[in-house]
Design a protein around this ligand. Structure first.
Ligand SMILES: C[S@@+](CC[C@H](N)C(=O)[O-])C[C@H]1O[C@@H](n2cnc3c(N)ncnc32)[C@H](O)[C@@H]1O
Length: 732
């Protein structure tokens, strides 16, 4: 009963919320390579310490801990959050993922690297790029007259072809290039001449120097656009066969010599800028590329959007300058003799791809590139941004802008540095304090110590449905399974994988699989005809395998959230089929409300952490029979989350309630559960059981009529120190 006793909802929620603001500042390791929807490392550290630290988590969190001899598995390791936290605490770890990109990334995160050799090679790479293609990323500053200032971003607009008059036109949904948040004024594009105008009040934008009235709204509205030449109303995707083409319409550049400005300026491209685009096209047309994949884009829930836009091959998602630059850097990386270093730079290359393609969008407020994976799909916009491939450094050496090699090298170096000197961030009031946790480290071997290390790392690229581990071999499973159909891992990561495989070769360890897609991926997917049955049965198989490998009473712990209750039926079925009981369901914020993929979707940011065991005990006060009792429990937890600085939304309340209902349904069904029933029957039984306890409507009414939180008896066992003494448990 360790997590059940030692976990602290408010303490952990506070940590997780802060981490999710800027995750790289709390867990720099994640910068090794993009993975989707990583849960907070601080949450998994809290869970591990609660289970194995034998003290309330707030007493162990900032101390050095060593759980040598403990073995942890994660059957869905993804980018590796639970595994890395366990490894850092000295545990032996076994990780599996069906996606070869995931195994690649975790391997890269954990493998030792000589950082000084990495830095030297990185400098060589940057000089090589500067010589080969540096000129393609320069521009003339019209203010100072400097001829070769660095371009931060090239801005491109899609071009439509009128189906009636066959003439081309710009597809601007709006003419605002920048808002007055980071820039002193609004910047508006003139629809008539293309000049960029600095405007103080966008409600009264006035006139361009050419005499045309400035406008905020563009001609593209609700997938329709009137042709400016003949007035014909065209419909999306506005172009003929093949992928869309683009026109360079603006440049954001960096000129540190501009006094009193941040060095950021916008310009309409001049003749030299257009000539550079043409030069890149000419150079690209003249070479026979060795490293650009020719792969077709297969059908898929996410990739069908690309087909609708006319993209058939992945390489069509890049412009000529990007392809030339990628081919150039790939030829450098392919020549790196040392396999470990080559692997590191190939990983950087793969991660850079998400910023170097023509699906990146420009954030008009933050004035930066939103990479292809800023939402969990392939978003096709009308205005796209191309980042400087090399990146830019300020005089003080720090990077400016995003999406270039300098940015990638900088964050990768910090990530690997963190492996040898991990830290936690504490707050005293508003003051932030970084605390190095001496004695903890990430990896297989401790480069700082002469003592032999006894921790093992076992990473496998397999379907967890086949992950057979010896009975009684695991002290815990900590995982973060797919959340039904929320992210199409296989479809998305293929975008990077095909390049990585082309660069290093199919015989490079870890790259033998031809694709990242797999029919056994445990996600709902309409195109692949994978529904809730597939998800529920697969999850049940994995949890059953894990349960039989766990030592007696050891926990299977996992995070989960979904907007649809159906997705929780699958979770309940998996736990029941694995012959486990859910002893606690704890809320923890795990996303950021402002995240682009969350924003405006009404999604929850709160995960339920399910703690499941075959034998153990559960807090009596956490058991409930009806909506009134559930409402009390939920309200108490909402209060704890509010204490941590969170403002729970309706979606959050729904997910917290689903978590508790799942736990109670399992509790009620356990003794009569029949694993031989069909999946449909099992899911139906779970649905009925949950509804008998409480429906969402019942809960909403109860929450409305509940007394204010301060008048309620504290049900929470996890925040008050004396709770440990007062803990009244029911064993199972
Ligand atoms: C929510 S993600 C894990 C994220 C991870 N915890 C992290 O920190 O990045 C779920 C993972 O499950 C993997 N997955 C899906 N089906 C699988 C299967 N049958 N076997 C193993 N892994 C699978 C996906 O590839 C994905 O990486």
């Amino acid at each position: 009963m360790s997590i059940e006793l030692n976990f602290d909802i408010a303490f952990t929620a506070r940590l997780a919320l802060r981490e999710k603001q800027i995750q790289q500042n709390y867990r720099p390791i994640i910068a090794v390579h993009k993975w989707f929807a990583r849960r907070p490392g601080t949450l998994f550290r809290s869970l591990l310490l609660s289970e194995f630290g034998n003290q309330p988590v707030n007493q162990t969190y900032y101390c050095t801990n060593n759980f040598e001899g403990i073995t942890i598995a994660d059957p869905f390791m993804g980018g590796g959050t639970p595994l890395l936290e366990a490894n850092r605490l000295g545990c032996n770890v076994i990780g599996a993922d069906i996606n070869p990109m995931a195994t690649w990334i975790v391997q890269e995160e954990i493998s030792e690297l000589d950082l000084s050799r990495y830095s030297k090679t990185a400098e060589n790479l940057l000089s090589y790029l500067e010589n080969e293609i540096g000129q393609l990323y320069k521009t003339r500053c019209p203010v100072t007259g400097s001829e070769d200032v660095d371009v931060k971003y090239f801005l491109w607009v899609k071009i439509g072809i009128c189906t009636a008059c066959k003439q081309s036109f710009d597809l601007f949904p709006g003419y605002i290039l920048a808002k007055d948040v980071r820039h002193p004024t609004y910047v508006l594009v003139c629809a008539a001449c293309g000049d960029l105008n600095e405007v103080a009040d966008p409600a009264n934008p006035g006139f361009c120097n050419c005499g045309a009235a400035l406008n905020i709204k563009g001609p593209v509205k609700r997938n329709q656009c009137a042709c400016p030449h003949c007035g014909h109303i065209n419909k999306t995707p506005f172009h003929g066969d093949g992928p869309p083409s683009h026109r360079l319409f603006a440049i954001e550049y960096y000129n540190p010599k501009l006094k009193g400005k941040s060095g950021r300026l916008f310009k309409k491209p001049d003749a030299d800028d257009i000539a550079r685009v043409e030069e890149a096209q000419r150079l690209w047309a003249a070479i026979y590329p060795s490293y650009v994949p020719e792969d077709d884009i297969p059908e898929g829930d996410e990739t069908n959007r690309l087909h609708r836009w006319g993209y058939k091959r992945f390489c069509e998602l890049f412009n000529s300058r990007q392809l030339l630059a990628l081919e150039t850097v790939a030829s450098f990386i392919a020549q790196i003799k040392d396999q470990r270093l080559r692997r590191a730079f190939a990983t950087n290359f793969s991660d850079l791809l998400r910023y170097q393609n023509m699906l990146c969008r420009y954030d008009t407020m933050a004035l930066k590139s939103l990479d292809i994976f800023s939402i969990h799909g392939f978003p096709v916009g009308y205005v796209q941004v191309e980042s400087n491939f090399l990146g830019i450094r300020k005089d003080n050496g720090l990077p400016v802008g995003s999406g270039g090699w300098i940015n990638i090298i900088e964050k990768y170096s910090k990530a690997k540095q963190y492996c040898t000197t991990p830290f936690e961030v504490a707050f005293q009031g508003k003051r932030k304090k970084t605390i190095e946790i001496d004695g903890e480290w990430i990896g297989e071997h401790n480069s700082k110590s002469s003592k032999p290390n006894s921790r093992t790392v076992d990473l496998r690229c397999v379907s967890a449905t086949n992950l057979n581990l010896p009975a009684n071999s695991l002290d815990a499973v900590f995982t973060d399974p797919p959340y039904y159909g929320m992210v199409q891992y296989g479809e998305l990561m293929q975008f990077c994988y095909i390049w990585l495989r082309k660069l290093l070769g199919a015989d490079f360890p870890g790259l033998d699989q031809t694709t990242t897609r797999h029919q056994d991926e445990l996600t709902g997917n309409d195109t692949a005809a994978r529904g809730i049955d597939h998800f529920a049965e697969g999850l049940a198989q994995v949890y059953s395998l894990m349960a039989s490998a766990l030592k007696s009473g050891a926990p299977l712990v996992f995070t989960y959230h979904h907007n649809q209750q159906e997705a929780y039926f699958a979770v309940a079925m998996a736990i029941l089929d694995a012959d486990l009981i859910c002893s606690a369901s704890l809320p923890c914020p795990a996303e950021m409300g402002g995240s682009i993929h969350i924003h405006g979707t009404g999604s929850s940011i709160v995960d339920t952490v399910f703690i499941c065991r075959r034998r153990g005990s559960t807090a009596r006060s956490s058991l409930f029979k009806n909506a009134t009792q559930l409402a009390r429990l939920v309200q108490n937890e909402l209060e704890e989350l509010s204490n941590a600085g969170m403002k729970p939304t309706e979606g959050d309340i729904r997910c917290i309630a689903f978590g508790h209902l799942t736990r109670m349904a399992i509790w009620n069904l356990k003794s009569s559960w029949d694993t031989d029933k069909t999946t449909e029957q099992k899911l139906e039984r779970i649905r009925n059981t949950m509804n008998e306890i409480a429906t969402l409507d019942d809960l909403t009414i109860e929450l409305e009529y509940l007394d204010p939180p301060q008048q309620i008896i504290n049900f929470g066992l996890f925040t008050v120190p004396e709770a440990r003494e007062r803990h009244d448990a029911v064993t199972f």
